[in-house]
Design a protein around this ligand. Structure first.
Ligand code: UD1
Ligand code: MG
Length: 387
């Protein structure tokens, strides 16, 4: 297996954790085959792998070299300065690619429109509680959108994680999965992301976490989908929040093409889930998106955390109810004032209720755009800390 691999990654932490002589040896045996990217990484070719393996004294280091395709140099700080100019280039590139990937939007819109009535027929439906007539709408449309997205995911690890999230969410939509199974499932979904490289970049510094890295990533896998799922309850919010986060990640992640496919699929779904909703996206969309974000932004989780500040606040506000300290009803969404067609704070611990307390009763659509605007602000806070 070792001889079939011919490239690898080398990070600052590996440099410092290895002895000086082995560092020199490794550096002379790799040859840069790309320019240094904005994260201070350069793609390398290992010139003579057998000699790397036999001469290296640190087994861990050899493994780390073999599992990845990049060398990370000690340039983190310097390359951060180019962040904003790189972002502009990436946005221009994305606009060009976007022209080609609109197909995902059309495919999602058509498939969801066609599958909706079928789902209602099989009883997978729910009442839109914030409308006077309480119309019955198809549920779990995230399942249809998720299957389409999986056709466009290029990286195997991202595909496996996304599929795991989709399974957990779909089962939750159909048979109301118990919390413990959702947690176990999310933890198992981390397996495709397992790697020997256990460093994270926090405030521009590479931090070596060791075995704690796996605990950190497991928590991300468990939390991310759930956090999206509990920041929900008004038309368009489940998909809307994920679109903002995905757009925010565009200039940051490597696999822009897959992320654009995600955005296009989400747009198709948003068109049908936006007020007044024709379909509900269900837990399948929330759990799938959570796993998708963790897998595609595995090396950018600190920035993702900034983007997800509203979800973090919402989770913290929800803790007393989620842990059973206070009563937790089936729905913690705002109350509906049918006479004035507005939403009123329900007193439950959610960010939505806090916003409604500040703004006073407002229309569902207005509440959606307020919450999305907060999410956009958090994306820019994330950029500020990154640059
Ligand atoms: C989570 C929240 C719950 C919130 C619900 C709304 C926690 C612990 N759980 O539960 O408080 O009420 O999401 O999605 O915080 N619905 C609407 N309008 C919408 C979206 C959903 O009326 O725009 C209703 C529909 O009846 C739909 C149901 O919510 O059938 C879907 O709820 P579901 O996603 O199954 O709820 P949970 O994820 O379990
Ligand atoms: Mg839900």
């Amino acid at each position: 297996m070792l001889t079939s691999v011919n490239s690898g990654v080398y990070t600052k932490s590996h440099i410092s954790s290895s002895r000086r002589d082995s560092r020199t040896q490794l550096c002379t045996m790799v040859e840069p085959i790309s320019k240094i990217d904005r994260r201070g990484r350069v793609r390398v070719q290992i010139l003579n792998l057998k000699s790397v393996v036999s001469k290296e004294r640190s087994v861990n280091m050899c493994k780390a070299v073999l599992i990845r395709r990049w060398v990370k140099l000690e340039m983190v700080q310097e390359t951060m300065d180019n962040f904003w100019s790189n972002m502009l280039i990436k946005i221009t590139q994305s606009i060009n690619v976007l022209r080609l990937v609109q197909m995902e939007t059309l495919l999602t819109y058509t498939s969801v429109s066609l599958c909706g009535p079928l789902f209602v027929k099989f009883g997978i439906s729910g009442k839109d509680l914030h409308k006077r007539e309480k119309p019955v709408l198809p549920e779990a449309m995230g399942l249809v959108a998720g299957v389409i997205l999986c056709l466009f995911i290029r990286q195997p690890s991202v595909l496996l994680c996304t599929m795991a999230g989709l399974w957990i969410g779909a089962l939750d939509d159909i048979i109301d999965l118990r919390w413990r199974y959702k947690i176990i499932g999310s933890a198992l979904a981390y397996l495709p992301l397992y790697q020997n490289l256990t460093t994270v970049v926090i405030f521009g510094r590479l931090i070596y976490l060791g075995p704690l890295y796996h605990v950190y990533m497991l928590l991300w896998c468990i939390w991310c989908g759930n956090a999206i799922n509990i920041h929900a309850g008004i038309n368009g919010l489940e998909v809307g929040q994920t679109i903002v986060m995905a757009l925010g990640l565009l200039p940051i992640v490597d696999d822009t093409a897959t992320l654009l496919s995600y955005i296009c699929v989400a747009m198709g779904l948003f068109a049908l889930n936006y007020y007044p909703s024709m379909v509900f996206v269900g837990d399948s969309w929330c759990y799938m998106s959570g796993m998708f974000f963790v897998s595609i932004a595995q090396h950018e989780t600190e920035t993702l955390a900034f983007f997800m500040l509203p979800q973090i606040v919402n989770t913290l506000l929800s803790l007393p109810e989620l842990t059973g300290y206070c009563e937790c009803p089936r729905h913690r969404m705002p109350k509906y004032d049918a006479e004035n067609d507005v939403l009123v704070a329900s007193g439950k611990g959610t960010l939505m209720n806090i916003v409604l307390k500040i703004t006073g009763p407002i229309h569902e659509k207005k509440l959606l755009w307020t919450l999305l605007a907060i999410q956009v602000v958090c994306v820019f806070i994330g950029y500020t800390f990154k640059s």
